[in-house]
Design a protein around this ligand. Structure first.
Ligand SMILES: Nc1ncnc2c1ncn2[C@@H]1O[C@H](COP(=O)(O)OP(=O)(O)O)[C@@H](O)[C@H]1O
Ligand code: SF4
Ligand SMILES: [Mg+2]
Length: 375
């Protein structure tokens, strides 16, 4: 297999707030293979956007005390701002969560697309370079043509008209398509899609997701797909990373995760997927912890139905529960998934086997299968 396109290792991201330091991202590891679509899944506020913004170098107010972000073999955290800027756009691109705020309301769609074609992937220009570029003629028509082509590729039926429109004149679904078009304009190798479609109704969202799926498949783009909905992740991704409170609690190929979910949080998320029968999911009681004073050991302990005192004392390092399947929970045995936890792996914590295996294997696994089959 070729080298992964992206490897995130032991990433930590902090923010200084009035209440103190918020330790939002706490040692995150994940890998995206070339051409793969991986998902990052977890409830709102768990740190998905912070993670991906740090990959793109878009978090000026954060500090990254530890970690590596290896993109095509190079640690992004060691690059200068202008080197990151040059990669952003040309090599990596991002579709943001909210189509309204990610488009500039005072510029037409066409002006924004032409700007992207002109500027993306170029190192920041000095004023003289900018003036020289402005004086160059002849390329404007090519930019326009390329932008209009891209608008038809995202299945906008009147691309010329949309090119001349302001964002406010378009429907939500149309704006989302425009954002996809902008993100793909520079033919990036790696695309981050941060909850595209969440602002749309379900039918439009589904159409947008199908379209995106098709476009990235054609181009063999590697994708990191962000969503709070495990059902959506199942549809679009090859590999799923489940995040809770700034940590990856479980990661596995999509089929394995659904066939054999381990972590109590993943199992809760699975039960939260609405079923056809009831139309609603069960949800998980409780709230995310305060990032300025997070639990010392298991961050999920306050909401976990299986928590034991040991879970609040000893950090449940991610362990390999099966090949290419990690879970960060004391209910499971397995060698540490990451080398930095080898010492912790030596002192095992015994809180017994997963209760659902011992007692009601039938009812709980049925609930999981139900939730999964309706997505
Ligand atoms: N610039 C910031 N300053 C302080 N806290 C932030 C900042 N950006 C995000 N956070 C906090 O980080 C946490 C995770 O946010 P986010 O990554 O947006 O969650 P998600 O995308 O999973 O919904 C939230 O508690 C949020 O308030
Ligand atoms: S370590 Fe304990 S509290 Fe944390 S998820 Fe596992 S069982 Fe629950
Ligand atoms: Mg977000």
């Amino acid at each position: 297999m070729s080298d992964p396109i992206l490897e995130v290792r032991n990433l930590h991201v902090n923010f200084d707030t009035h209440e103190g330091t918020a330790e939002v991202i706490n040692g995150v590891d994940f890998t995206i293979e070339q051409g793969e679509t991986a998902a990052l899944v977890g409830e709102t506020g768990c740190g998905k956007s912070v993670t991906v913004k740090s990959l793109m170098g878009l978090l000026p107010s954060a500090t990254i005390p530890e970690g590596e972000i290896i993109y095509k073999g190079q640690n992004m955290l060691e690059l200068s701002e202008s080197e990151i800027h040059a990669r952003r756009g040309r090599e990596m691109s991002m579709i943001m969560q909210d189509p309204m705020t990610s488009l500039n309301p005072v510029l037409t769609v066409g002006e924004q697309m032409v700007d992207v074609l002109k500027w993306q992937g170029q190192p920041r220009m000095s004023l003289t370079e900018w003036l020289r570029d402005k004086l160059k003629s002849g390329s404007e028509a090519e930019y326009r043509q390329r932008a209009v082509e891209m608008l038809s590729e995202v299945e906008i039926s009147a691309p010329e008209r949309v090119f001349e429109s302001y964002p406010v004149e378009l429907s939500g679904g149309m704006r989302q398509r425009v954002l996809i078009a902008i993100a793909l304009l520079s033919e990036p190798d790696f695309l981050i899609a941060d909850e595209p479609g969440t602002a749309l109704d379900v039918t439009t969202e589904e159409k947008v997701l199908d379209l995106l799926d098709e476009l990235v498949e054609e181009r063999d783009t590697s994708v990191l797909y962000i969503t709070h909905d495990l059902g959506v992740a199942r549809e679009v991704s090859d590999y799923i990373n489940v995040m809770y409170a700034g940590e990856i609690v479980e990661q596995a190929p999509t089929a394995d995760l659904f066939a054999d979910p381990h972590h109590p949080y993943t199992r809760g998320l699975l039960r939260s997927i609405p079923t056809l029968a009831t139309g609603i999911g069960e949800g998980i009681e409780g709230h995310l912890p305060d990032y300025t004073d997070p639990p010392r050991a298991c961050r999920f302990a306050d909401r976990c139905p299986h928590a034991e005192p040991e879970c609040r004392e000893t950090y449940p390092y991610p362990r390999e529960v099966e090949s290419d399947h990690n879970a960060a929970c004391h209910l499971f045995d397995g060698p540490p998934a990451h080398e930095r936890h080898v010492d912790l792996g030596a002192e095992t914590v015994d809180i017994g086997p997963p209760p659902w295996e011992a007692t009601d294997a039938g009812s709980e696994s049925d609930a999981v299968a139900d939730g999964g089959s309706q997505t």
